[in-house]
Design a protein around this ligand. Sequence first.
Ligand SMILES: Cc1cc2nc3c(=O)[nH]c(=O)nc-3n(C[C@H](O)[C@H](O)[C@H](O)COP(=O)(O)OP(=O)(O)OC[C@H]3O[C@@H](n4cnc5c(N)ncnc54)[C@H](O)[C@@H]3O)c2cc1C
Length: 346
Amino acid sequence: MSARQPTELKAFNTFGISACADHIATATTIESLLSLWQKAQGKDQPILLLGGGSNVLFTENFKGTVILNRILGINIQESDTAWHIHVGAGENWHELITYLLKQQVYGLENLALIPGNVGSAPIQNIGAYGIEFKHVCEYVDFIELKTGNSIRLMKNECEFAYRDSIFKHQYKDGYAITAVGLNLNKAWEPILTYGSLAQFSREDVTPEQIFYSVCEMRQSKLPDPAIMGNAGSFFKNPIISVGLAQKIKSQYPNCPQYHHNENSVKTAAGWLIDQCNLKGYSIGDAAVHTQQALVLINKGNATGKDIITLAAYVRNRVAEKFNIFLEPEVRFIGSNGEIDAVECIS
Ligand SMILES: Cc1cc2nc3c(=O)[nH]c(=O)nc-3n(C[C@H](O)[C@H](O)[C@H](O)COP(=O)(O)OP(=O)(O)OC[C@H]3O[C@@H](n4cnc5c(N)ncnc54)[C@H](O)[C@@H]3O)c2cc1C
């Protein structure tokens, strides 16, 4: 039998980084996911679960099996006050929102056009335009791959925080999310706090208007990964001490700052990068987007290493100017699995 050829991952990550995996397989059921995992384990190979590949940076070839989670299914139940939706982890997030809108099930409009799979949404508690996944989550189902045991965590057990959850920590390695449960209030309440949503009046705005408005804002602001490789916001918005926030504000009155808690303030990573005049700055084919400083792009043939070099440069420049150390939101994948993104760019 001939040796299996390594498989190109370019089409499986929105950064469009060219890297190979030893093997790529698709899981459409929990059983096939478990069996693929056991097969790779048996060969002592590292395993990487992948949804839409919109939050990963391949830093080199992956020397193992990539399992694409494609467990599908949408089941809608209702109570007097809410819709309860059980969704397979392999469903596409944006297509789910479009489908629910057609069923007149509302509440996810603000999260339209976020790329990726439903099963990845809880991991970094995706958020946009005033809503985070935690606001619509009822539960998350996952399996322990070693034993095949199913576990359900209710929303309050998931430790959701800004771009964070228990699935980045305690349940990170050796676990696969298989489904999520959503709870959407039948008494729909528009959230109009961000961007051009503020133009609408609460009294007569429709969910469809919000949906199309969010899609329009995102399409006008963010590069389309199908045209220009990227993984959305490359860095998290930093949370800084009130003291540092005040110091920056006294020098830069326009610095965006949002209340986080009584001791800390969230500021905008994109604004900090822009103040360092880095829009358009490039290293090889890796560049800071010309309109969105928070987005690093692959102009064609950037390697994972080029993106790392650029990210390190951006981080250093921001640290020199503001004494703030940016941390990547994107997950870095090395030859054996996830590697420490902060360490890579420090
Ligand atoms: C243009 C663009 C815009 C974006 N805008 C936003 C935004 O507004 N808000 C936001 O929060 N994010 C945004 N993102 C980031 C990204 O879309 C989200 O993080 C998304 O949830 C990632 O989903 P995915 O399926 O592509 O995850 P992947 O990139 O495939 O995986 C991400 C991580 O989760 C792990 N993983 C994947 N599936 C499973 C599973 N079933 N079980 C266990 N682990 C798993 C992977 O191993 C990896 O470590 C954007 C990205 C792009 C490219």
